[in-house]
Write a protein that binds this ligand. Structure first.
Ligand SMILES: Cc1ncc(COP(=O)(O)O)c(C=O)c1O
Length: 465
């Protein structure tokens, strides 16, 4: 056997190449409360329940109790009533998947079910549609505010609609959709309305100017909120709330069609580790409502400072009016992908987002409490990065390579063409990423969405081989 300490050293060495998950330098994917001791508490709680199996809540009543308490806390925060029920899932995507599944299976009368969503809704809903055979009706948003257009959303609802989706806020731009008129339009047609508050649900209740988005809005039938985002719990927990148990029922699955144990599941998983829910429960209990209010105010204030600083940098423009702790900015005369590389060279990760409909290519920031106090350092490096990117000019990709990418047919892409593209993008055969990503991003941006999806899937296959 390899000694435990040696194995842990190996793991630590591997982890050293990752983006930092703490300290506010990674402005996507990770959420840092900066509270001392929180990680340790979560890790200890996780370890205490990691071997417990949520598959059978009668065998492990501790998990049942933890899950019911976590759901009750989320429901209280989000305007729930005594009828509100919920489920702890493995993450935002699973919560969104289950909201779509429950809506589809509650409406067996339509054999061509569809969901209506603003084109800014999270890709998790496209995944749900893909998995569950549901058609997506993506409705254009206001091109300036990036908020859903209530009239266009209402007009898109028809007899096949099983669910209307809104975001609070959207990931890409951090703006809250007009939930009230859209939920009302859905209710009028007898259709469910899901509020995707995966990323905002633990911040907006504490934001003084937040638009209404929760169960207090008539017509809202379900809400997703992730604990592994702004509740600062370790990865692996989200909550899907339904306004009542009837709405939740079709989400559940039972099978008596085999000779083994009773298969009865509330989520897509069957065996479920107790670790994530125990960790989330411990973090929620420790921080408490006042603690979250304070963390939300800290993150919101840091977002405001960063937003004002970004707007003061010549050539940069914040997209829309962010309502929460996320923002996106574009540049008029600088290649944002080069800016992202320049920031990376200064030890910041900012997330490139491709142009989509009315949204230009931009950089996304997920701001957390850990960014408080370091806003000016971030802004100084951003200013320097923009200057450097302006001086360097756009990523150097020959026009004929761009034309080649634009001409590729995603359905007929050959392994040779893909290998040629990888080489043009400076990607090694093993899929190792270059230090500067602007060329890769420029090539991906040139590809139509269907081709981009195909290229990314090919690339993933190479990474995992
Ligand atoms: C609004 C929104 N919905 C859904 C998700 C998906 O969450 P997850 O990555 O936990 O699956 C995210 C993730 O950022 C999100 O911001």
């Amino acid at each position: 056997m390899i000694p435990a300490e040696d194995v842990l050293s190996e793991l630590a060495a591997l982890r050293a190449d990752d983006l930092p998950t703490h300290g506010g330098r990674t402005l996507a994917y990770v959420y840092d409360s900066a509270l001392p001791g929180l990680d340790d508490l979560a890790a200890r709680a996780h370890a205490m329940a990691a071997s417990v199996n949520g598959l059978d809540p009668t065998a492990f009543p501790s998990l049942l109790r933890l899950e019911n308490e976590v759901v009750a806390t989320a429901a209280r925060l989000l305007g729930g009533t005594s009828d509100t029920v919920g489920t702890v899932t493995s993450g935002g995507t699973e919560s969104c998947l289950l909201a779509v599944l429950a809506a589809r299976d509650a409406a067996p009368t339509t054999d061509a079910p569809s969901i209506v969503l603003p084109e800014t809704a999270h890709a998790a809903f496209h995944k749900a549609a893909h998995y569950f055979g549901v058609r997506v009706v993506a409705v254009p948003v206001d091109p300036k505010t990036f908020r859903a257009d209530p009239a266009a959303m209402a007009a898109a609802i028809d007899d096949t609609t099983v669910l209307v989706v809104v975001s609070a806020p959207s990931y890409a731009h951090g703006v809250v959709d007009p939930v009230a008129p859209i939920a009302a339009a859905a209710a009028e047609r007898g259709v469910r309305c899901h509020v995707d508050a995966c990323i905002g649900g633990w911040v907006l209740p504490f934001a003084p100017d937040a638009p209404p988005f929760d169960f207090s809005v008539p017509g809202v039938t379900s809400i997703s909120v992730d604990l592994h985002k702004y509740a600062y719990a370790p990865k692996g927990t989200s909550v899907l709330l339904h306004a009542n148990a009837d709405l939740r029922r079709p989400q559940y699955f039972a099978s008596a069609a085999w000779p083994g144990y009773t298969m009865l599941n509330s989520t897509t998983q069957s065996t479920r580790s107790g670790g994530p829910v125990a960790a989330a429960w411990a973090v929620l209990r420790h921080i408490g409502e006042d603690g979250y209010r304070s963390l939300a105010h800290t993150a919101l204030a840091a977002t405001r400072v960063i937003r004002e600083g970004v707007e003061a940098i010549e050539g940069l423009r914040v997209l829309g009016e962010p309502d929460s702790t996320l923002l996106a900015f574009t540049a008029d005369d600088v290649d944002v992908f080069v800016v992202a590389d320049e920031m990376r060279a200064r030890n910041w990760y900012v997330q490139p987002q491709f142009a989509h409909r009315s949204s230009p290519a931009n950089l996304h920031l997920t701001v957390t409490a850990a960014n408080a106090g370091a806003e000016e350092v971030f802004l100084a490096d951003l200013r320097a990065s923009v200057d450097a990117a302006r001086a360097a000019g756009p990523a150097d990709v020959p026009a004929e390579v761009v034309a080649f990418v634009q001409g590729l047919d995603p359905e007929a892409l050959t392994p040779q063409e893909f290998a040629g593209l990888l080489a043009a993008a400076g990607l090694g055969g093993a899929g190792v990423l270059p230090e500067r990503m602007a060329v890769v991003n420029t090539l991906l941006a040139a590809a139509r969405p269907a081709l981009r999806e195909r290229l990314l899937v090919e690339f993933l296959g190479i990474l995992y081989s």
